[in-house]
Design a binder for this molecule. Structure first.
Ligand code: SF4
Length: 438
């Protein structure tokens, strides 16, 4: 329903108030598949607070029933059809590959040349200069990011401590910042907010990372790629895993994690490792994968890959993150957990993380534009303790309890941690003793 129609219902409301009402009506109408008129006709008040409260109760029934703090995010609706992501061709085939001059002789460039002979290869002075002159930006440019690859020499940004989120109990993880961008497309991916990356970035100077790591290293640290990319998505081309595993053979007191939704594990299987490498997969029910994790490996392929890595002597990890609420979620997630333990022995698991869906408010319009048919935004997402949009506290708590119970059926000794959750949640779930234990 457009703003002018809202005005016909509530002529006394100013623009900001109309926008909030329009947003609530839009979200209810989309979720419940009913017309805006069906929502508005029964409302006989002209008082803004009373109209808004009535709509908030319809939009956030769980939070209203359980007296949760309702802090909604109600931005102006601004959806442009041109921004919709076209799922089209799933095959990754970049049209242009830019190489920083200093990386022109790299083996990584040769590997890309062999894999993409049709692509146009162009030398650039530096990625920084390219970004300065690049005129493309915004959602439509993000939609085309898989067309452009940048092979760079990283100079500054090698490692960082995971910033977690304010007010949460962190897990002490460190990020090995090897590249940026992903060939997969998950509706919920937070990378969509980063509009300043003109394509997918792959550093050619992994040796420099290793050199710097010797200075950065902390005792018993957990570190991994997979924060700003998928660790294994193009490993058959980058071959990063071979170098990393070999390097960490000499750093046995650190644990390195490859995090993925792919099944690209051939290099992993042929590498010689020292038991300090964890290969981990993000898991979700098939229903969620099919509608939200485009171009990724199926659930069965992920588990099949995990089995192969166990056979090759690796420890493996699983990330139930983001856990997404939907009608029937409990049974579906239990099904994934049962399936996982029908294939994997608990003793082979290094860690399991759980984190319910959360995101910065800025991501909401991007998801709406790129994936207008998405259903993940239809659920109750309210500004939480860290000003990210999250499910209400009680709902999250119930979801965690259910997952923890499902895990307990298979083993009581699993190293499980919550990702980006507040201390209160750890306490309420009786998990505080596990803090720092992974
Ligand atoms: S696999 Fe990870 S990095 Fe890639 S699109 Fe999905 S969430 Fe983002």
């Amino acid at each position: 329903m457009q703003l002018y129609k809202i005005a016909s219902y509530f002529p006394g409301f100013g623009v900001n108030k109309r926008q909030e009402i329009e947003r609530l009506v839009y979200e209810i109408s989309k979720r419940d598949k009913i017309s805006p008129e069906e929502i508005l006709n029964p409302i006989d008040s002209n008082n803004f607070e009373s109209v808004k409260n009535r709509l908030l109760k319809i939009r956030f029934p769980y939070a209203s029933r359980h007296n949760e703090d309702i802090r909604p995010h109600l931005p102006k609706i601004a959806i442009k059809p041109a921004n919709e992501f076209n799922l089209g061709d799933s095959e990754f085939s970049p049209a242009r590959i830019f190489i920083e001059k200093s990386a022109a002789l790299s083996g990584l460039k040769n590997n890309f040349k062999k894999s993409f002979p049709e692509a146009k290869f162009m030398e650039i002075s530096s990625l920084k200069d390219f970004i300065r002159d690049d005129k493309t930006s915004g959602i439509s440019s993000y939609n085309k990011r898989r067309d452009r690859v940048f092979i760079t020499n990283e100079k500054y940004d090698f490692f960082k401590k995971c910033p977690c989120t304010k007010g949460a109990a962190g897990c002490g993880y460190h990020i090995f910042n090897l590249g940026f961008g992903c060939i997969f497309d998950c509706t919920y991916c937070y990378l969509q907010e980063y509009n300043n990356a003109p394509g997918l970035i792959f550093p050619a100077n992994i040796d420099k990372f290793f050199e710097r790591f010797r200075r950065y290293k902390k005792p018993k640290m957990r570190i991994g790629t997979g924060e700003f990319s998928d660790s294994m998505m193009l490993d058959h081309i980058t071959e990063y895993s071979l170098d990393i595993i070999e390097f960490f053979n000499n750093h046995k007191d650190a644990v390195f994690e490859f995090k993925t939704k792919s099944s690209t594990i051939d290099n992993i299987l042929k590498a010689r490792h020292s038991g300090n490498i964890v290969i981990s997969w993000s898991l979700n029910p098939k229903k969620i994968i099919d509608k939200n994790e485009f171009f990724t490996a199926s659930l069965s392929k992920r588990l099949e890959s995990a089995e192969k890595c166990v056979q090759a002597g690796y420890k493996i990890g699983f990330h139930f993150d983001p856990v997404i609420y939907f009608n029937g979620w409990e049974k579906e997630y239990q099904g994934v957990i049962d399936l996982l333990f029908s294939k994997i022995n608990p003793k082979d698991i290094a860690w399991i993380s759980i984190g319910t869906f959360r995101f910065k408010p800025e991501l909401k319009p991007i998801i709406e534009n790129r994936f207008p048919e998405n259903q993940i935004l239809d659920e109750e997402l309210l500004l939480g303790y860290d000003d990210k949009l999250r499910y209400p506290y009680g709902l999250r708590c119930n979801m965690y309890k259910s997952l923890l119970n499902s895990f307990k059926k298979h083993s009581r000794k699993l190293p499980i941690y919550l990702c980006m959750e507040e201390f209160k949640m750890w306490k309420d779930l009786n998990l505080l003793r596990c803090l720092g234990g992974v």
